[in-house]
Unconditional design. Structure first.
Length: 134
């Protein structure tokens, strides 16, 4: 199923923060996986996670907005950072590429679409592991 929905020229993930059950943040060092238990509490690699931070990460991911669509024929160069969200038995993924001159960052989603999001949003959805621990 396609998890990206076009709305008024923007693209956003079509999952709600409440539906997310797992978030894998893949960083060059110290990547991690957040998992929501049956009790609704988030854990980080099996350890208690900071619920405010984890919830904020998932809410930000569920509301990603596109700034622009660069040429779909341009070569995409991954940076080694990616995020994958499992929600309602589907996976939403963003692989991060290079920054733009306009202050954004180029991303490629699981369907192969390439677009630009805010660099500030990227910083919010790729927090360091230590920020997620209680």
């Amino acid at each position: 199923s396609q998890i990206v929905t076009a709305i008024n020229g923007l693209t956003s993930p079509s999952f709600t923060a409440e539906a997310a059950t797992q978030v894998a943040v893949n960083l060059p060092r110290n990547g991690y996986t957040l998992t929501k238990g049956a009790d609704g509490q988030w854990t980080l690699d099996g350890k208690p996670a900071d619920q405010t931070e984890a919830g904020g990460l998932v809410r930000t991911l569920s509301a990603v907005r596109v700034l622009d669509f660069p040429s779909q024929t341009a070569t995409f160069t991954p940076s080694g950072i990616s995020v994958e969200v499992t929600a309602a038995s589907s996976t939403y993924a963003l692989t991060f590429g290079p920054p733009t001159r306009e202050g954004g960052v180029i991303v490629k989603n699981h369907d192969g679409y390439v677009y630009t999001i805010s660099k500030d949003v990227k910083e919010h959805i790729t927090p360091a592991r230590r920020a997620m621990l209680r």
